[in-house]
Design a protein around this ligand. Structure first.
Ligand code: DAH
Length: 348
């Protein structure tokens, strides 16, 4: 169409010349000059409006026709090949950067606890998340039907082992004692001690509250050599706790019962926060009952084919969550597995 109006003709020339320069040719339809022509329309009288309007419309149509078959740069980007093992066109996904994360307080504290025991000559062993009743009970001097088995109510599989017993989620790290004694037995023949710790996860069928979780952490310690005494047990635990709380601490032992130690003790430390004056952490007692320990029962040594008339040893088991809760003033054990970022970020 010929454009009778100079303004329309001029805009038509400008816009047709511009099309090739645009990344997306179809953007020409939104050119500001077209908007300006429509704005002019409103200023004209009715006669002028009719012809001017028809010219502007036909310009728009001509432009539309010109660009309709053209593709934009965006259209030319290679399509994603869904069969490719990796899409080379995709941008980096918007994950949280690793700087925004933090180490879990339990992980952090286990590293510290492990360092303290390593400095005292203990090697570190891992436990497992599924074990058999032989390691959970038999090797620890709980024969079948022993009433103390009931103190360790945990989760059992429907599938059974060769003895016809379900597998268990270990309720304590003591399940590793027999394996440690067997693994390091050669140390004794070389006149060296067996000294190992097991910091790992354990499970109980608990009613949950601020102090009880179904999944928590313990550290087991095993030490066997010739002429091991309860004094060595006390010194080792006191040394560890003083290094952990960075404080001189008093310790206290009361007689207790575990099938796998004889004698057995409940071990308490003077409250690291009030030094026996009484505070919230120690329930105004001045003392905190912390862990179970004792001299390894001869039957436990025998189950690993270690002669109890030649060798003796001590063992202990301590809840790690409790140590960490006391250290940081954490009031609810359930926070550890809560995945609450406002809790976790405090340990970043
Ligand atoms: N396994 C015990 C528990 O979870 C704690 C324990 C007590 C471990 C005495 C030991 C020990 O090694 O000698 O209740």
């Amino acid at each position: 169409m010929e454009y009778a109006h100079d303004d329309v003709r001029h805009v038509a020339e400008t816009l047709f010349a511009r099309i090739d320069k645009l990344e997306n040719p179809r953007d020409i339809l939104r050119a500001k000059e077209i908007g300006e022509l429509y704005a002019r329309l409103r200023t004209l009288n009715d006669d002028q409006k009719a012809t001017f309007g028809a010219e502007v419309n036909s310009l728009k149509q001509a432009l539309r026709k010109e660009v309709s078959g053209r593709t934009s740069v965006a259209d030319e980007v290679r399509a994603i090949d869904v069969t490719a093992p990796m899409d080379v066109n995709c941008s980096v996904p918007n994950f949280l950067s690793h700087e925004a994360g933090s180490e879990h307080p339990i992980t952090k504290e286990i590293a510290l606890i492990t360092d303290i025991f390593a400095a005292m000559g203990f090697t570190v062993e891992e436990s497992r998340e599924l074990d058999d009743q032989y390691h959970m009970f038999e090797t620890l001097n709980f024969p079948k039907g022993h009433p103390a088995r009931d103190d360790y109510d945990t989760f059992t599989t429907v599938q059974t082992d060769a003895d016809g017993e379900g597998f268990v989620a270990p309720a304590h790290t003591s399940t590793m004692q027999n394996r440690i004694l067997k693994k390091y037995k050669a140390n004794l023949e070389a006149n060296e001690a067996i000294a190992a710790i097991v910091p790992d996860r354990v499970f109980r069928n608990e009613d949950l509250d601020a102090r009880h979780e179904h999944t928590f952490y313990q550290i087991e310690g095993v030490y066997v050599a010739k002429e091991v005494t309860a004094g060595m047990l006390v010194a080792t635990l006191q040394e560890f706790l003083q290094a952990y709380y960075q404080k001189e601490l008093d310790v206290r032992m009361n007689p207790y019962y575990f099938p796998f130690t004889e004698p057995s003790f409940e071990f308490a430390l003077s409250c690291p926060f009030c030094e026996k004056a009484g505070c919230k952490v120690c329930g105004h007692e001045g003392w905190i009952e912390l862990l179970g320990c004792g001299l390894i029962h001869p039957n436990v040594l025998k189950a690993a084919e270690i002669d109890p008339t030649v060798y003796t040893g001590f063992a202990f088991g301590c809840g790690i969550d409790r140590l960490v809760m006391m250290k940081h003033g954490i009031e609810d054990i359930r926070l550890f597995h809560s995945a609450k970022l406002e809790f976790l970020r405090q340990f970043a």
